[in-house]
Write a protein that binds this ligand. Structure first.
Ligand code: S3P
Length: 172
């Protein structure tokens, strides 16, 4: 049984959806950011601040390598996971990629409620989210086997859509 890799922007609900889906489908669940925090003993924003994006990306690659050997696992990724093609290559053969798309306004609202915003660029969320997400959206779309816009959907509805569409992309 293949893995399901959830990709998407910060605040798109990858971790919550991953946990929910793993219970629904009886799959294991891994969150690459959480794994990194467990391995390093630091929060993701601390790794970024203290060691920078290159170190973050190299820690992420190590975790992804480990996850590539898994089966029946839901993997929630960090927002910048798709910046590194090695990550995609490592998981693509054994996974279905699901892009959780959400309208910018919802992302902005959700991120406003978070204490930590790991954007390096300067500007308000209202400026940065459309700019950065606008850049990344086509990349998420390119790697996705399934894209679900979750804006108007409950968690249950999103899960149902993913499960229904899984049948069309994969031979078990
Ligand atoms: C990032 C998003 C974060 C985290 C890192 C980089 C990004 O993950 O991986 O701070 O550049 O979009 P979430 O998408 O889980 O918040």
């Amino acid at each position: 049984m293949k893995n399901i890799v959830l990709i998407g922007f910060m605040g798109s609900g990858k971790s919550s959806m991953g946990r929910f889906l793993s219970r629904e489908l009886d799959y294991d669940f891994f969150d690459t950011d959480k794994e990194m925090e467990n391995v390093t003993g630091l929060k993701v924003h601390q790794i970024m601040k203290k060691y920078g994006k290159i170190r973050f990306a190299s820690e992420e690659r190590l975790i992804v390598k480990k996850l590539a050997a898994m089966d029946r696992t839901i993997i929630a990724t960090g927002g910048s996971f798709i910046d590194n093609e090695e990550n995609i290559k490592a998981l693509k053969d054994n996974s279905v990629f699901v892009f959780l798309d959400v309208d910018d306004d919802i992302i902005i609202d959700r991120l406003k409620r978070r204490r930590v915003r790991p954007f390096n660029e300067k500007g308000s969320l209202t400026e940065l989210v459309p700019k950065i997400y606008g850049r990344r959206r086509p990349v998420y779309e390119r790697y996705a086997d399934i894209t679900v816009n979750t804006t108007e959907k409950t968690m249950e509805e999103t899960a149902e859509e993913i499960v229904q569409r899984l049948d069309s992309v994969y031979v078990q």
